[in-house]
Design a protein around this ligand. Structure first.
Ligand code: SF4
Length: 295
């Protein structure tokens, strides 16, 4: 999939949900990320979600998905993503952590599978539907120009003439849905363009197998879609204006994956003739001035 919030081969702007969120948090972080400066190497935080997601997809893509098959896939898929994934290394939290993660995934899959058998398998469906849809928005001079929305929807279901979307979340936080509501709204805009029907999808929901309520159907209003469109237009406009400001406060900087490339934390360099000498006192002053946790 193309990088989010960047440019396609023809120079067309592409925006994904994760890119939109990142840009709204810090324009500079988005710029550094799409320039390949991200230094995320610890895949532990994503591991349960990645494994559950891959197993769900493989099961849905199989010719005749049967109960009990998902849990059996855990050891092989776990091995692949915990130990053989060149993209990430895993920093285990304790010696028991690998077993705890596998148990958590098994617990989730035992809840997930019956939900899929009831709400997905009997209908037409597409797992991991990658999309790239073109929408028209006003450029800086008001002319309508195309941009692309890109992403992947975990499951799209077709019941009769009604489309529905599902997203799997391995969260253990009961109010997590509030944080991902925007993602469902973004996906619903993309799907309605993809199928050419402004009324679709009729339903959008989260599958949260680790929560007390493992399925949450969420109503998405036209007003919420309009607000999302405004956010997309605001990001596109700002990127066309080449606005790459650093975030003013430091509230998210300590967990920023491009911090080492960020100009806000750059070591001051003094030029002295041909020699460039890093100013240690200047660096210390910068660190003091931008101490993480201050706002
Ligand atoms: S360190 Fe802070 S200001 Fe710099 S890119 Fe990251 S979030 Fe933005």
């Amino acid at each position: 999939m193309p990088s989010s919030g960047t440019r396609s081969q023809k120079g067309r702007l592409m925006i994904s949900w994760s890119g939109l969120k990142r840009y709204e948090e810090c324009q500079q972080r988005h710029k550094l990320t799409i320039s390949g400066k991200s230094e995320v190497t610890d895949g532990r935080i994503f591991l349960p979600g990645t494994i559950a997601d891959r197993i769900m997809r493989a099961w849905l893509e199989s010719t005749d998905p049967q109960p009990g098959e998902m849990v059996k896939m855990v050891p092989k898929v776990f091995e692949k993503y915990a130990y053989d994934d060149p993209q990430y290394s895993i920093r285990w939290r304790s010696p028991d952590d690998p077993a705890l993660v596998q148990n958590m995934i098994r617990r989730a899959l035992k809840v997930l599978e019956p939900l899929l058998l009831e709400h997905v398998i009997p209908f037409g469906y597409a797992p991991e539907l990658s999309f790239r849809v073109t929408i028209m928005i006003p450029w800086l001079d008001g002319r309508l120009v195309p941009i692309d929305l890109v992403g992947g929807i975990d499951i799209v279901v077709l019941r009769g003439t009604s489309y529905g979307i599902w997203d799997l979340k391995m969260t253990q936080s009961e109010d997590y849905w509030r944080k991902v509501l925007g993602q469902l709204i973004f996906y619903s805009i993309a799907l309605s363009h993809l199928v050419g029907d402004a009324e679709q999808p009729r339903t959008a929901g989260l599958i949260t197998p680790l929560l007390k309520s493992p399925k949450q159907v969420i109503d998405i209003s036209q007003e919420q879609r309009d607000v999302m469109m405004q956010r997309i237009i605001r990001m596109a406009t700002s990127m066309w204006q080449k606005r790459w400001e650093v975030r003013e406060d430091n509230s998210i900087c300590s967990r920023c994956d491009v911090k080492r490339s960020c100009p806000k934390f750059a070591t001051p360099i003094h030029t002295n003739g041909a020699a460039k000498i890093a100013s240690l006192s200047g660096a210390a002053a910068t660190r003091r001035a931008t101490a993480v946790g201050t706002t």
